[in-house]
Design a binder for this molecule. Structure first.
Ligand code: THU
Length: 131
């Protein structure tokens, strides 16, 4: 409920004059902190930033490095599941069982684990040598 409230409060802050598609995101971190974000578009369209991307940047700035739970809030009937790029961004700091909840303002919800969103994913352990 707390994480959903945080994402819901962030959604109206979205700057999305081009798509008019408002996205709010909230991350619960390993320390229990809640970090929020929204999408920020740009007149040069490809430079727009997803809500999840901004939230992760804020999380790292706050000194946090682990994602325990994610909520994304969007308008309409179809829950806004994270785009492919943002699945990879979340995955960097999440575990395979980390829940990601996509909530539409209509009330529809899709909850999936990180591994369901991005199976057989590439991650830090592929690059970091820990033998
Ligand atoms: N968007 C997000 O913020 N998160 C997603 O996972 C999907 C898309 C934003 C990007 C753009 O501002 C708008 O939604 C329409 O694509």
């Amino acid at each position: 409920p707390e994480l959903l409230a945080a994402a819901t409060e962030s959604q109206p802050q979205a700057y999305c004059p081009y798509s008019t598609y408002r996205v709010g995101a909230a991350i619960r971190t390993g320390s229990g902190a809640i970090i929020v974000g929204c999408n920020v578009e740009n007149a040069a369209y490809p430079l727009g930033s997803c809500a999840e991307a901004g939230t992760i940047s804020a999380m790292v700035l706050a000194g946090e490095r682990s994602i325990v739970e994610v909520v994304v809030v969007t308008d309409g009937d179809i829950p806004g599941t994270p785009c492919g790029g943002c699945r990879q961004r979340i995955r960097e700091f999440a575990g395979p069982d980390t829940p990601v909840h996509s909530v539409a303002t209509s009330g529809a919800v899709i909850s999936m684990t990180m591994a369901e969103l991005l199976p057989h994913s590439f991650g830090p352990e592929h690059l970091l040598h820990n033998d």
